[in-house]
Design a binder for this molecule. Sequence first.
Ligand code: ATP
Ligand code: MG
Length: 427
Amino acid sequence: MAEKLSAVKGMNDILPPDSARWEWLEDKVRALMARYAYRNVRTPIVEPTALFVRGLGEVTDIVEKEMYSFEDRLNGEQLTLRPENTAGLVRAVAEHSMLYDGGKRLYYMGPMFRHERPQRGRYRQFHQIGAEALGFAGPDVDAEIILLADALWKELGISDVRLEINSLGQPEERRQHRTELISYLEKHSDTLDEDARRRLHSNPLRILDTKNPAMQALVEGAPKLIDFLGEASLAHFNGLKAMLEANGIAYKVNPRLVRGMDYYNLSVFEFITDSLGAQGTICAGGRYDYLIEQIGGKPAPAVGWALGVERVLELVKERGTPVPVPTPDAYAVVPDAAAMPLVLRSLQALRAAGASVQMHASSGEGMGSMKSQFKKADASGARYALIFGADELAQGQVTVKSLRDGSGGQVQRPLADPGAWAASLLT
Ligand code: ATP
Ligand code: MG
């Protein structure tokens, strides 16, 4: 036998029955996005490396060490498996001039790739669902998109998430804060760890995000960006807070919330849970008014979030939220393979009429005993067995036998027009 191959480390197969939970979540998301009038976008999984270097910022975790980048052997292009979808979506919006007739509300779902150390809630291929509103500058759409996420938690039966928000202000305000922050950190340079020293002049804001316990007191006393915000930035932030309050959305202002990507300004936010251990952020986002021009598009304001599907589903699982297990309505028992042409035709008609039917397939040597077929029918979870026996077929009938209500009751149904009785198989 050939050597067994396995999946790439940190990249998972999603198989039944777990995949049912994924489909359940995706269905809920599609329905919810439609209610908020957000439309679906699908961008390529591979993008030019430059898109992420320019879009996310050179000194971010993702660009520094997490990207799967490679050279296309055929033409030498530098390519990257998307580590996130905002940059690609914004590229598409600019490339197709999607904002020419006004703002757009968009969403995506799909796999992302980051070379990280695999652990619970952290994988190398993982999935994100994201909502993005482009072309709208006011805090009302920030509130809308947060309300959309909140509604999703309710749909999914998730209750123990908290919302943290912050404002990163505008670039000029950040520059002033940055100068003050660097001089504060330089004064305490003996307390800085290696990571912080490296970031001191490239990305000092990220130092505030450190998880190093030895640096917590230092970070606690650092100049706060919020104290550097001008009138307009504060008005935007206060506007958002007022709209959240009016909607009964609890939040906490976390002045140290900075987010990993460079592209954010004004509102940033995270939904966090304590139920998942270290990987507690299930959804994160904010405003990115300068990203579009950064990647060569016409300037336009934008706000969005991305949620981690694996983490959200882990929460759903933990909550014990019931997710429907897909089962067929009926299982077709076929004693004699000679009946197959007719059986297939009847099942097609039943399925066309909306019934879910699983067919007992031949082994290649025969159909197997009735006993073994009924065992399979039972295991399938079907409520009915359709018995295509010789006697029934001779009369143009099929027997519909109840498998679940304990009655074992059965009726004959005409084969001529299965569409007419297909509905009786549904619940
Ligand atoms: P973290 O601090 O956990 O690394 P991040 O800031 O890198 O998160 P974002 O880029 O904001 O994460 O992505 C949004 C969401 O996607 C995260 O909140 C998380 O739920 C999920 N996510 C990010 N990276 C991974 C990963 N490697 N595996 C699984 N989910 C992930
Ligand atoms: Mg990360």
